[in-house]
Design a protein around this ligand. Sequence first.
Ligand code: GSH
Length: 214
Amino acid sequence: MKLYHYFRSSASYRVRIALNLKGLAYDAVAIDLRPGVSAQRTAEYLALNPEGLVPVLVDGERVFTQSLAIIEYLEETHPQPPLLPPGPDARARVRGLALVIACEMAPLNNSGVLNYLKGPLGLDERTVNAWYAQWIARGFDALEKEVAGTSGDGRHMHGAAVTLADVCLVPQMYNARRYQCDLTPYPTLRAISAHLETLPEFARAAPERFESAP
Ligand SMILES: N[C@@H](CCC(=O)N[C@@H](CS)C(=O)NCC(=O)O)C(=O)O
């Protein structure tokens, strides 16, 4: 398998974690998203993903976009270890937690949105950081309440095993720390993320591991 990704992209980070959890080897192809490079906008890359976004997973002749769709593809083709718990109730809950991050938080704070705020809209760095912090707080406030009493062992978003919700949490926490968001109101999320980051499958997916390319 081949993963087109960017080291700091949280959507890419999710897929790197999932590939590691599934024990799947992959070739990583770096797509440099930095303004001035914008490798995601080249004709060659747009032919792969007309959205001009990372990640893209190529499995043989098949090309997959959208991190959660990619992870569900991996879940269906490589069911062990499962990233979704048994039972429709628990699966809906885990998907719900994951989607708070992937649908409500990340889309408002992804690099394309931030660059548009800074560039065409001319907002200064302080204002853009306030925008960023607003959507982190709104999402994490809700997630902290959601998982505080129900995270199972306090080391996972749901139950006592790694799920899709955990795969989404760690990259979002990384990004929030990078933008120096105040995470003190989220002790449960911090404890869960701290535990997950010690797991080798998460550690091997960390942005620092891919920073040099680019
Ligand atoms: N919903 C998509 C989001 C993908 C996304 O926003 N990728 C960002 C990096 S995290 C990107 O490629 N940005 C480049 C751009 O907007 O030009 C997914 O989960 O895969």
